[in-house]
Ligand binder design. Structure first.
Ligand SMILES: Nc1nc(=O)c2c([nH]1)NC[C@@H]1CN(c3ccc(C(=O)N[C@@H](CCC(=O)O)C(=O)O)cc3)C=[N+]21
Length: 283
């Protein structure tokens, strides 16, 4: 048996079609949503992601404002860009592409963003709102994972979920999202300090891997029929590699592959956050 693919590419296209209608409705009311991006340096991966975000915006009718700074930009330069986007009425939401080059303080930059323009849901105030259960923009990758599972009817209520990785953008906030009453999953958050990882993953109905270690989740580590979501990206000479060993496909019940799984959903949820922020402004 081969796993049913959780097709993030096709699902993200459906989400974008829904967002296009909401953008059109906002425009009729005289509100034009605009996404800003701040990109520092010339990492090819980061450049490609940011370019993709602007392409997505064009497709759904969101204006985009691009701020590119050189690799030797100072902390002050980045903070200046943030201050300008905070003040720019054409920018209804923006992101600072992470990671920033070494020597720059990303936490300080995130603190200075207007939390009501935070399209990534990574501002400390919005992470706090997530903990408190107050409506706020949600981190894009966790939101994309929940949306993908929902649309394929994978049950979250009561599910045993193992998340591997405790990073700021995926693992840590995903645990918070899935344990809300609305999702109602039981979450085990595993990381490099976890003893006997396989014992945890083998007990899970859903396994989400976001470690950045290529092919680390092997078929022996999962329960047959489990849903597996691959959030890892490693650039190798042979191309991109996910965190999930390709042979997992023969054991899992559902698989969100990399590429074509969670990545496109992450981008679609960024658009959703921008539209929702603009809708809140328009109220
Ligand atoms: N402030 C900030 N917000 C982010 O959301 C953020 C970030 N910084 N820094 C980097 C990570 C990474 N990330 C991805 C989004 C989409 C794909 C994606 O669409 N991937 C495609 C193709 C991958 C490729 O070809 O490179 C796929 O999986 O099918 C990948 C990675 C967002 N991130």
């Amino acid at each position: 048996m081969t796993a049913t693919l959780l097709d993030g590419k096709a699902t993200a296209a459906l989400v974008r079609a829904e967002i296009r209608d909401r953008v059109a409705a906002l425009r009729k009311r005289g509100v034009a949503p605009g996404l800003g991006t701040v990109l520092v340096g010339d990492d090819p991966g980061s450049r490609a992601y940011v370019a993709g975000k602007h392409r997505d915006c064009a497709e759904v009718g969101i204006e985009s404002i691009r701020v590119d700074l050189p690799a030797d930009a100072t902390q002050q330069d980045v903070e200046g860009a943030v201050a300008r986007l905070n003040a720019d009425p054409a920018c209804t939401g923006y992101i600072v592409q992470l990671p920033l080059p070494k020597g720059l303080d990303a936490n300080r930059v995130l603190e200075l963003m207007d939390p009501d323009k935070d399209a990534d849901g990574l501002h400390p105030t919005n992470l706090g709102r997530l903990v408190l259960g107050v409506p706020a923009p949600l981190p894009c990758t966790p939101r994309g994972i929940v949306e993908l599972l929902r649309r394929y009817g994978v049950k979250l209520d009561g599910a045993e979920v193992v998340v591997v990785g405790r990073g700021l953008t995926v693992g840590r906030p995903l645990g918070l999202l899935l344990t809300r009453r609305t999702e109602n999953s039981t979450v085990t958050l595993c990381h490099t300090g976890t003893r006997n990882l396989a014992e945890h993953t083998r007990a899970a109905d859903i396994v989400v891997v976001a470690t950045g270690h290529a092919h680390m989740l092997t078929p022996d580590m999962i329960k047959p029929g489990a849903a597996v979501l691959d959030v890892g990206i490693t650039r190798t000479e042979a191309g991109l590699a996910g965190d999930v060993d390709p042979a997992v496909r023969e054991v899992a019940g559902f698989l969100a592959p990399m590429p074509g799984g969670v990545g496109p959903m992450t981008r679609a949820m960024l658009l959703a956050n921008v539209v929702e922020t603009a809708e809140r402004f328009a109220e």
